[in-house]
Design a protein around this ligand. Structure first.
Ligand code: HSE
Length: 298
């Protein structure tokens, strides 16, 4: 028995929603072929793996599958052929894409004992292995699709948010690696009440804007007062890229996950394309290798 699955790349945080908001990108993601075997977990890198470990205890795929098997108390084994397309350390949910695809595939091969929502907690163990913290804001959209909220971590409560169909995202990945563990370490542990008020005003405004298809409100709500000011210094050309995105009609622009990728939300594909071109010209002029991705949200 075998199955081929795809799980998308994701943008976590989405402006003000550190560790809670996420969205799924259309078309880019990791592809796994999972085969049921008698026992053990065997990971076969097919492409895009480079420095990733194949030891199932150190690879997010093995860790996430093991978390699921531990709860079911099943002793099945799985062999996994992996085509990695989301670059590790890009800020586009590379580990989440693999973890989500792995637990989704295994759940199918076991006859769907879990719902997609229930699979999130197993995929989170992959995140713990990759970054030291079991954040769920990438694995949730990778498993559920669309725009998602981690409403609570304990108990885990994840939900989809409705969003306007013409909402697009454009991402530029300046190709320097920023480790999630490093970009988590530099964050401050405390937030002032005044800053928190501004931040949750924006989170609430963003969700209301998405649900009521109010692009203007989405745009007014994307600023992040807590994380972006600290992390943006790690990203070459950040301020210039954000300024360009806004000048070219973005609703808002911020760091994708823990960076270094930068995303902008737009109304419609044409604006996303225009910003994509501006990003390419800008990073070319800075002589920084980069990739640009355009996508609807799916
Ligand atoms: N919310 C996490 C962070 C996502 O910003 O560190 C990591 O991709």
């Amino acid at each position: 028995e075998k199955i081929k699955v795809f799980a998308p790349a994701t943008v976590a945080n989405v402006g003000p929603g550190f560790d809670v908001l996420g969205l799924a990108i259309d078309g880019i993601g990791d592809e796994l072929e999972v085969i049921k075997i008698d026992n053990g977990i065997k990971i076969n890198p097919i492409s895009g793996f480079e420095d990733l470990p194949v030891d199932p205890k150190k690879n997010v795929i093995g860790v996430a599958i093991q978390a699921l098997l531990d709860e079911t108390k099943l002793s099945n084994g799985f062999e996994i052929n992996v085509k990695k397309r989301v670059m590790p350390g890009s800020g586009l949910g590379s580990s989440a894409s693999s973890s989500a695809a792995a637990v989704f595939a295994v759940n199918e091969l076991l006859g769907q004992p879990y719902s997609r929502q229930e699979l999130v907690k197993f995929a989170m163990e992959g995140e713990r292995c990759a970054s030291g913290k079991a954040h769920a804001d990438n694995v949730t959209p990778a498993l559920l699709g669309g725009f998602t909220i981690v409403r609570s971590y304990t108990p885990l409560d994840v939900v989809n948010v409705p969003y306007p169909k013409d909402l697009h995202v454009v991402v530029v990945h300046p190709q320097i690696e920023v480790k999630t563990s490093d970009s988590k370490r530099i964050l401050k542990k405390d937030v002032s009440l005044e800053t928190a008020i501004s931040q949750w005003g924006n989170v609430a405004g963003l969700i209301a804007g998405l649900a009521t298809e109010n692009y203007e409100l989405i745009g007014r709500s994307l600023e992040d007062y807590i994380v972006e000011p600290i992390r943006s210094v790690l990203i070459p050309g950040y301020d210039g890229a954000k300024k360009l995105a806004m000048e070219n009609g973005a609703l808002g622009c911020s760091i994708s996950g823990s960076g270094p990728s930068i995303f902008a939300l737009t109304k419609g594909k044409a604006t996303a394309e225009k910003i994509g071109t501006a990003f390419t010209n800008y990073y070319s002029s800075l002589e920084i290798d980069h990739k640009v991705y355009l996508s609807a949200i799916n």
